[in-house]
Design a protein around this ligand. Sequence first.
Ligand code: BES
Ligand code: ZN
Length: 610
Amino acid sequence: MKPIAGRSEPTPPVKADVHTHARPGEAIVRHVSLDLTTDFPSRTMNGSVTLTFDRTPEATQIVLDSKSLLIERVTSGGRPLAFTVGPDEGLIGSAVTIELPEKGDELTVVYTTAADAMALQFLATSQTAGKKAPFLFTQGEAILTRTWIPLQDSPGIRITYDAKIRVPVDLRAVMSAGHVGKDEGELLDGYRVFTFDMPERIPPYLIALAVGDLAFRKLGGRTGVYAEPSVADAAAHEFADTEKMVVAGEALYGPYRWGRYDILVLPPSFPFGGMENPRLTFASPTSIVGDRSMVSLIAHELAHSWSGNLVTNATWSDFWLNEGATEYAENRILEAIYGTDVADLNTTLAWQELSATMEDLQKTPERTALSHPLLVTDDPDDSVNAIAYTKGSSFFRMLEHTIGREKFDAFMVRYFDGHAFQSMTSERFVGLVKEQLFGGDTAMADAARIDEWVFGRGIPDNSVEPKSRLLAQVDTQLTELTTGQAPSTLETATWNAAQWIHFLKNMPEPRTPEQLVAMDTQWRLSQSKNRAIRFEWLRIAAKNRYDGAVASLEEHLSTQGRRRYVIPVYKDLVATDWGRAIAERVFAAARPTYHPLTARSIEQVLATKN
Ligand code: BES
Ligand code: ZN
């Protein structure tokens, strides 16, 4: 594949990224061409990556990121190039410094991944839904792509990519890219070979691969869902509104620029709710409930097709631009399809979580700024909190209310179009808001407190607090419960999942064993099919040492590995001796089933002393 036309000089990214070793001002990668084979027995991938790059005439080296990779050789035009792999600096891994020949803009790195590569999870047959075939998936965000591909792993260094992936003959490979050639791949040398092409420039964290026994169900003209055969029909039923969501997204933010929008349902250990890999959202199977109660997750990942994937945070200090704009757009898509009640409910629940996070961060108020400088030792994963998501989305909502919906929407359409396939910094975005949205009217921008929102701490008091009619109904019942009414007398029959979550989150503490039994009997919470509801209930159970929920707790923690539903429960459990025993027992048995990221987080929780 060719590099992008019309480029020969490296245009360095607009802002320095502390989480990369790359020196993009000297030589910058433009295209990544993968040729890899999966090796399930050794839990590794091996093969090569060919990188096409731009360089200054003076450049003598190109620097890549890598972590725990075994690099065998580097060549250019068939000739070996000298290279060094620097020391492993922890979070950001090792620099690979390659001596460049005088001429040439392409090199090939031959390498093997480590068995414990953080971006890769190889699942044994027993760890899948169908229990018939093994599975592999990658997770690149934030800085994990370097654990399976040596490249310049910075969100400001966009690349196009193509890939040839060899897998066992009975499996299928899918990527965040277009499929080239036959749907079922080609049989070659005892492997099944799949070919992919991503012609749009994307940040490296969006390169994604999954391999497994996958079935496909068509949803709409350009939408569909991949899943293990045993869950394919349920997935198609759950995500039936996907095409409508894409249409709603386009009506709000301009054309969907990625061709197809498919969803891949991952095995239960997938550590996230969803991941916005372009053309192919990765989704946790916990999103399949039967009643479409978790589809806000699809609205969210789809919204990243504009905020995040089209216009991308330039560095991990600007992460709120990805997630804040996406949470705002998620709510707009929900409103367009399901109406204001559903959207208000979603917004209000998030707002409550933001309030809780503000409390948690009282001792580190600097972390309540949307944009804050990160050190090389700061893990970008630690910024995944309600500040980036919900202080972020509240900033966008404030802008909407200040300027009016029509003008604000027009600004966002122009923003996505004008910066498509580019990176964005917090500083630059603030400048655009002041110039384009407020038309240079500084008094107005000051009144909206733009700088305070983005660079200051806390929530400025011109925030627009969301209200939800449906949650008010729940609050009435919470009052009944608080005043001693029996669970059986409460009016809960019409509640949706979000209302239940609100109810459980705000339940008065502490509860006696009798009260807990009465609630569990009445509402069968320990058996809830909705993991979000069951999660809230199990937190109450853990905090109140409710023996009746221990079986459910153990099952919940060992049958899925979504971090959001697992880590807080472990935290609640280790707070008491009663719970710590359960936590240690479950973790000892379930550890091999967790994704490396989840396992690492749980280990940190278990290491905390009471
Ligand atoms: N991009 C994120 C997931 C992510 C963030 C992975 C940072 C690694 C580092 C994704 O879009 C996301 O926000 N997922 C949420 C679901 C959503 C409905 C809020 C999740 O996984 O919980
Ligand atoms: Zn997101």
